[in-house]
Write a protein that binds this ligand. Structure first.
Ligand SMILES: Cc1ncc(COP(=O)(O)OP(=O)(O)O)c(N)n1
Ligand SMILES: Cc1ncsc1CCOP(=O)(O)O
Ligand SMILES: [Mg+2]
Length: 365
């Protein structure tokens, strides 16, 4: 190992150049991320956190460090990987910049310990704040996707499981729940892992029915719990606060309780009697109307919904619907998905034109 006071050709300590370069790298990366929070997400809180981090880093960027800069003799300025020239999406830009910031902060933390007795600990704190920012961004993205989703596919065991889900994703589906009461755990885990990867390729949410352990094992976006499953608080404790927990409700009392317990969304149904859930009585359109007026979290009408009765469910006020058979048994799941999604758009346009408040069942007949 070289001498810590090792001087560069121009007589500047190498340590200063390392700190200077990485302070720049971290600040530039944070600035890139900050612009997305500010202009892309309109999220002033996350943008302010970035600004604060940049300002804290600036305090460490002293003149003596800046003076050590000499890009003409920096052998690293020519080193670039072809992948640095291409970015496929905004998500990738943000992801790459988080990596860049985290790496730079790690370097600052290690070398900073030699430069100043407080620098290592101060930068470590900042590094953890960046990790928190990154996971908050992920959680924010998840909840945005949930908010915007109209259609939710709950799967049933099928030889065509992957191809049906992929076809629906191609049609624009954004939420999938893996529901499988028949298979052994090893196969469940394999299916869940594969579905999770598939959904994430299409920027769709992937949730697991009933099983918090499998959701954790495959890093799913969350779980869907029934009345007999783990309490929401326990599931959140196990999954972490960034994940989504949904809950089934069949009547107004269950709805009130699920919302009070912190459900991120609720299932509302069965709207119609359904062979997929033969022991459950239909809650009917009346319960959909109740949800329209009272649910304060995103809710999905579910149970026996198909292309024929879909309009009635929408007219009762539903803006989100979950289905099993309508997609799992469809010959052309992409087309069926597109049909459902186009109907949501049609009804929303009618609502907008007639200025019908969002939480009032509509009558457009
Ligand atoms: C979106 C959604 N809503 C309701 C259910 C039903 O859940 P549950 O009552 O726990 O019954 P099972 O699905 O576990 O048989 C759901 N799965 N998804
Ligand atoms: C899982 C579930 N929970 C309430 S109804 C239902 C099944 C809905 O299935 P389908 O869409 O085939 O009627
Ligand atoms: Mg359940």
């Amino acid at each position: 190992m070289g001498d810590l006071n090792h001087k560069t050709k121009l007589g500047q300590p190498a340590l200063y150049r390392i700190l200077d370069a990485n302070l720049d790298r971290a600040r530039e990366g944070i600035r890139t991320i900050e612009e997305w929070f500010r202009f892309g997400l309109d999220n002033s809180e996350m943008a302010a956190e970035c600004k604060n981090l940049r300002q804290q880093l600036a305090q460490w960027h002293s003149n003596e460090l800046r003076m050590s800069r000499d890009t003409t003799t920096d052998v690293g300025t020519q080193l670039s990987h072809p992948s640095e020239e291409n970015r496929e999406s905004l998500e990738q830009v943000i992801q790459v910049n988080f990596c860049r910031v985290e790496e730079a902060l790690r370097v600052l933390e290690e070398y900073g310990k030699v430069y100043h007795p407080n620098m290592g600990a101060a930068v470590k704190q900042m590094r953890y704040r960046v990790y928190t920012l990154e996971s908050n961004l992920l959680a924010y993205g998840r909840h945005q996707t949930l908010q915007r989703a109209n259609l939710y596919l709950v799967t049933s065991p099928s030889e065509r499981l992957m191809s049906v889900v992929e076809a629906a994703l191609q049609g624009g589906l954004k939420v999938v729940q893996y529901r499988d009461k028949d298979t052994d755990d090893h196969q469940r885990w394999k299916n869940a892992r594969q579905l999770c990867q598939l959904c994430h390729r299409y920027n769709a949410l992937f949730l697991v029915n009933d099983r918090v352990d499998i959701a954790i094992a495959v890093n799913a976006d969350g779980v869907h719990l029934g009345q007999q499953d783990l309490p929401i608080a326990v599931a959140k404790q196990l999954l972490g606060p960034q994940k989504i927990v949904g809950k089934s409700t069949t009547n107004p009392e269950e709805m009130k309780l699920a919302i009070a317990e912190g459900a991120d969304y609720i299932g509302v149904g069965p709207v119609y009697a359904t062979p997929t859930k033969p022991d459950k009585q239909a809650a009917g359109l009346e319960y959909v109307r109740h949800a329209t007026r009272h649910a304060s979290v995103p809710w999905f009408a579910i149970g026996g919904i198909n292309m024929n009765n879909f309009d009635d469910v929408l007219m009762a006020g539903a803006t989100r619907v979950a289905v099993v058979r309508s997609l799992m048994q469809a010959e052309q799941p992409t087309l069926v998905t597109q049909y459902f999604l186009s109907q949501f758009t049609r009804v929303q346009t009618l609502r907008d034109r007639q200025i019908v408040p969002e939480n009032t069942p509509a009558d457009f007949s």
